[in-house]
Design a protein around this ligand. Structure first.
Ligand code: FES
Length: 114
């Protein structure tokens, strides 16, 4: 088993099997890494491997669409594209807090009366 520490989520630390996908670990353990597509398209899951970058697998072509060489050198990866074979600590840019009340959902118009 390996250890994943979610720095931005109060250093929450969880264990996972080797070769786990970072975003999947986050989802399963409520690590809190932001995401949308889960498929390498949106770039939302951009995060920074602060410790254990050597325990991540190779950079995927999809990641190169969202991150620069300088960012890779700095430890940035896309969580949904990153697999882990050792302990890592990961941080990310928290998303803006959601509004307290969700916007009202428009109700369907009443059917015309016969
Ligand atoms: S969640 Fe969309 S690129 Fe990773």
């Amino acid at each position: 088993m390996i250890q994943v520490t979610f720095i931005t989520n109060d250093n929450k630390t969880v264990t996972a099997p080797e070769n786990s996908n970072l975003l999947r670990v986050s989802l399963r353990e409520q690590g809190g890494i932001p995401f949308k597509c889960g498929g390498g398209l949106c770039g939302t899951c951009k995060c920074r491997i602060e410790k254990g970058l050597e325990n991540t697998d190779g950079i995927k072509p999809k990641e190169r669409k969202h991150l620069t060489d300088a960012q890779f050198a700095d430890g940035y990866r896309m969580a949904c594209q990153t697999f882990l074979n050792g302990d890592v600590s990961v941080s990310w840019q928290p998303r803006a807090p959601k509004p307290a009340t969700p916007p009202a959902v428009a109700s369907e118009p009443a059917p015309p009366s016969a």
